[in-house]
Design a protein around this ligand. Sequence first.
Ligand code: NAP
Length: 262
Amino acid sequence: MQAGWDHVLITGASSGLGRALAGGCARPGAVLHLSGRDAARLDEAAAACRARGAEVRPVVLDVRDADAMAGWIAGAGRLDLVIANAGVSAGTGGTAEPSDQTRRIFDINVTGVLNTALPAIDVMAAQAPGKDGLRGRVAVVASLAAFVAAPGAPTYCATKAAVQRWAEALDASERRRGIRMHAICPGYVRTPMTARNAFKMPFLMDAEEAARRTLDGIARGRTRIAYPWPTYAGARILGMLPIAARAWFFSRMPAKAADGTI
Ligand SMILES: NC(=O)c1ccc[n+]([C@@H]2O[C@H](COP(=O)([O-])OP(=O)(O)OC[C@H]3O[C@@H](n4cnc5c(N)ncnc54)[C@H](OP(=O)(O)O)[C@@H]3O)[C@@H](O)[C@H]2O)c1
């Protein structure tokens, strides 16, 4: 099942999952507002969506720029679906996580999501319900990392837990005024983000398949869209282990590398 949304806004559309989500929403009659930081890759993504018949309005924007994000979203016109997808990932590399990396990941993965979702909710609250009876939908891309405090990626896990819990809790109150919130929790997806991982990633899936599952879950009205199920089940079980047992398990696993460039 996949609904066709007419007015869609996606952050982080220049790469990976965001680009695949844009492609999944692209069809004749759809207007896509796409953002990213890399102008050349964003243009490529926009061209691919235009080739599928969509009208595309790309804009180079950093999600940390709250004023620019608010202006872009408020000026986009009607919005049926907004996907706060932009995010970064890095780990400890097996030592200590650099403090500036911690601050940067929180800025992008949490504040950047709020800079997207909050203005989107304001726009939706002021617009009439669409053909599905809703004023709009906001999807926040979290991760299955939200369910495990992995010692190799403390900040990434914490930021994903924050946005997953926020979206799911907010859905209960926002749906009363005709707005739905969705927490997207993918397992490993083959994108530039995971290309840096030097360890085996179970049930790694292509970005197009992750986008298909995400859009299908949104269309079905699921608050939490978590996939694939074996990784989800593993993450939930690991997350429930006593902290000492979890620490022992992760001490045997490689940690994601730190990244001074994010
Ligand atoms: N890949 C996975 O296995 C996986 C699993 C679970 C969840 N996720 C989540 O899925 C989302 C997309 O990740 P991905 O795997 O597709 O990674 P990716 O290929 O590295 O793409 C990340 C996207 O986010 C954008 N971005 C990063 N920082 C930004 C900033 N400050 N302002 C604006 N845009 C920014 C990038 O834009 P530029 O490239 O133009 O800078 C890019 O479009 C992330 O939230 C990630 O945490 C990924």
